[in-house]
Design a protein around this ligand. Structure first.
Ligand code: C6P
Length: 415
């Protein structure tokens, strides 16, 4: 009998789930409930098949050969770049640089800024207290190496950025402000447009970590007016090992390259090497060709469903989950931002999150436990970690109800 809750209001989830073979398995004798989408999403057949298609039909190196396959692979890769450009509403395809993922995109900019001698003692980089380690450590290294100062934009008990304190931190010394679009640890959605406007008023650049936004919300880099925006393919139903850095054209043109090698040059001699234009200047070596092409297939998949519908469906999941989870005695939500998406972090009084996570796994439910690579957030709340349920477009309210049964069972076993 079909689970009636699968037929959700906004999306035909039954049909969508048919496209995700991995979801139709049992874990520990129970149907899998996958609530670890913030770590990585599962892949639809459109993506899985596109990988096979690439290797079965056009596998070849790109931008190098006159032969048929190389040209086909090159066209497919550039078409994918074009798709991504349109998807994030960038002005030009060459503002889309293929990287290994969000972490790589952040390192690219931080290293390129150092090489371009853009920071010196007295300069300041503002980073929000809501960040994943990937959006902290590269900037810390940049500050250590240049003598600049890293300053932290505080958050409140709801897990929201404190805007008055942010305004107060901005000054003529601020060179860069960085924060995520959506927090992986708490699900907070940050006011990107407003924060960017304030940073620009102070003359600073803005780097937005969009790793958790790409699967949940439409992105318009020009409306947001950010200087840089990064995301990963694997969190948005695409392959691992591929991601994107978007940057404003003039800024990217002026930045020094961060890796040297083939593909990123115009001409090489022992006396002087000149660099290729965008985007190739930042794409040294053979790229992750299959990943880049298949990321385009993932974008097609998302657009066929529609990000607005996905966002509405996921809002329904979050509000159903928050309502149901509040039934558990001792439930403590970590992060209760007014604007939230993607993830719910929580603790249950008297229980260690790891113990609960292990019991849930035994009942077929995949949640993440721990600090979620965001230790400063855990320090702020004075906790070692949380349990985190993070949702994707294929999840259902029925699955949330199953998680609830499992949580109740885990609580009665552990108490
Ligand atoms: N967060 C999570 O379970 P990479 O590994 O480069 O694709 O993404 C890193 C990253 C950067 N920023 C944010 C906001 C993220 O959420 C992540 C990855 C995963 O929350 C793995 S720790």
């Amino acid at each position: 009998m079909m689970d009636s809750s699968l037929q959700e209001k906004t999306l035909d989830v039954v049909k969508i789930r048919e496209q995700f073979p991995i979801l139709h398995q049992e874990v520990n004798g129970k149907p899998l409930v996958y609530f670890d989408n913030a770590a990585t999403t599962q892949k639809p057949l459109a993506v899985i098949n596109a990988i096979t298609d690439y290797y079965s039909t056009i596998n070849s190196n790109v931008h190098r050969g006159v032969h048929h396959l190389s040209q086909k692979a090159t066209v497919a890769l550039e078409e994918s770049r074009h798709k991504i450009q349109q998807h994030i509403r960038a002005a030009e395809p060459h503002q889309v640089i293929f990287t290994q993922g969000t972490t790589d995109s952040i390192n690219l900019v931080s290293i390129a800024m150092e090489r371009s001698n853009l920071l010196r003692k007295g300069d300041e980089v503002l980073v929000s207290a809501l960040e994943h380690h990937s959006n902290i450590v590269p900037w810390q290294i940049l500050c250590e190496r240049t003598g600049a100062t890293l300053k932290v934009i505080p958050i409140n008990q709801q897990g929201e950025i404190v805007m008055e304190e942010y305004r107060a931190l901005l000054s003529e010394n601020t060179r860069l402000v960085t924060f995520n679009h959506i927090s992986n640890a708490l699900g907070t959605v940050n006011p990107v447009q407003e924060m960017t406007r304030l940073a620009h008023d102070a003359g600073a650049w803005v780097f937005v970590d969009g790793a958790q936004a790409a699967p949940h919300t439409a992105i318009d880099v020009q409306a947001l007016d950010v200087d840089f925006y990064a995301f990963s393919g694997h969190k948005a139903y695409g392959p691992t090992g591929i991601g994107v850095l978007y940057g404003k054209e003039k800024i990217l043109e002026d930045l020094a390259p961060y890796r040297g090698g083939g593909e990123m040059i115009e001409s090489v001699s022992f006396e002087k090497t000149t660099y290729a234009g965008l985007p190739h200047k930042f794409e040294a070596g053979t790229p992750h060709i299959e990943g880049a092409i298949v990321m385009g297939a993932a974008i097609d998949f998302l657009n066929e469903i529609g990000l607005d519908r996905i966002a509405t469906h996921e809002e329904q999941l979050i509000s159903h989950a928050l309502k149901r989870m509040a039934e558990i005695e001792g439930m403590r939500f970590i992060g209760e931002a007014r604007q939230r998406a993607g993830a719910i972090s929580f603790l249950i009084e008297g229980l260690h999150p790891y113990d609960v996570g292990v019991l849930l796994d035994q009942m077929g439910i995949a949640l993440r436990t721990g600090h979620h690579c965001a230790q400063p957030i855990m320090d702020f709340f004075d906790i070692p970690g949380t349990l985190r349920a993070s949702f994707g477009l294929y999840n259902t309210t029925g699955e949330i109800d199953r998680m609830m049964e499992a949580l109740q069972k885990a609580v009665s076993m552990l108490r």
